[in-house]
Design a protein around this ligand. Sequence first.
Ligand code: NAG
Ligand code: NAG
Ligand code: NAG
Ligand code: NAG
Length: 362
Amino acid sequence: MAAAAAFLILVGGYSNYISSLRFTPSTSTLTYLTQTASPSATWLTQHPSNSSIIYAAKEVWNQPGAITTMVLNPSTGSLKTVATINTGTANGGTVYVEPINNGTALAAADFTPGTAMIVPLGNDRTSFSGTGQVLKFVGSGPLPNQASAHAHQTLQYNDEILVADLGSDLVRRLTKSGNSWSQAASISFPPGHGPRHMVVTNNTLYTIHQNYNSVTQNTLPAISSGQASQLVANVTTVPPGTTSTSNMQAAELLYAESPCGGSASPLLYASNRGDPSSQGDAITVFEITPQLKAVAHIRTGMQQVRGMSFVGPTKQYIVAGGTNGGGVKVYERTCQGYLTQKAALNSGQITQTTGFTWVPSS
Ligand SMILES: *[C@@H]1O[C@H](CO)[C@@H](O)[C@H](O)[C@H]1NC(C)=O
Ligand SMILES: *[C@@H]1O[C@H](CO)[C@@H](O)[C@H](O)[C@H]1NC(C)=O
Ligand SMILES: *[C@@H]1O[C@H](CO)[C@@H](O)[C@H](O)[C@H]1NC(C)=O
Ligand SMILES: *[C@@H]1O[C@H](CO)[C@@H](O)[C@H](O)[C@H]1NC(C)=O
């Protein structure tokens, strides 16, 4: 495949805007294009077969959680909102949305008191078909951010939807019967972990825990086997040299093949938030074979690195932002050193960034 000349990167967050940036690898530049009003669009994604269709999770406090569909003008970077639907909580925040079933429906996770929603899309993939199904979860954990169930991510896996419930220390396993989804099994973590995001590959579940700043590896036996998931490994995301973890909250977890090729281990990338280091938060890189192991800690110079996203058809790049400062940076996934800073933009116009997605740019 010919390398795209440039990429359009959409940046959402706790500000009132989604920002559109152009990333040009040949010149190592990240430039501002435009902004579209869309308050607290903290998670962004796109339709799997039409990258002009963008979905945003809306995390507006004291308003009902919602997801919004938008159409992107790829030459200007501007977005037009088409439809919005509430995700089931009166006073919450929708923190995650993903297309499921080959882009015929959306699944969303809502923060508090903890719901997941599955809603079919209309044929145009920008309208909703019906009101969807809302699953309300009940649970809690011992820490202050665990007062209730707290769904943070959905993840389609074979015939299941997994839900990371940060409040209840559970990964919930939902299955569909007829037209309705329900919880068929769950994987529990010791009280206080705060499972936030997940990756599934090779019948293995990797979970990043916000409260204890670690990544766990678990088996994922078929629900029909009746077997319980086993904990295989648990590795800290915290870099050596970090002096205090008291304000740290691990956030994102990404998976990709190694850029080294051959039999090199696939890699996981974990974002750390709230590191007291003067060099900012780090992205921790893990190899997963022959065993889960942290192999690099890339200091970013950014504060509160929350969401991160791959950029490029073969995941050549990772974009990340500092919610509390340091701008937006794009890293190249390199064989030597794992991540190399490729481009950066630190503009007062683009603040409180949390979530990203990308499309090819003309
Ligand atoms: C993608 O969606 C947009 C917005 O609905 C539409 O205008 C466009 O024709 C679609 N592209 C394809 C290839 O279907
Ligand atoms: C997924 O959706 C695309 C676009 O509508 C379609 O071309 C493709 O055949 C679908 N794949 C499956 C497995 O249904
Ligand atoms: C897949 O899982 C098997 C069995 O646990 C393991 O031996 C193998 O190394 C894994 N491969 C990858 C690429 O993760
Ligand atoms: C995993 O590691 C974290 C951080 O080192 C620790 O706090 C936690 O108790 C461990 N969890 C398990 C299940 O071993």
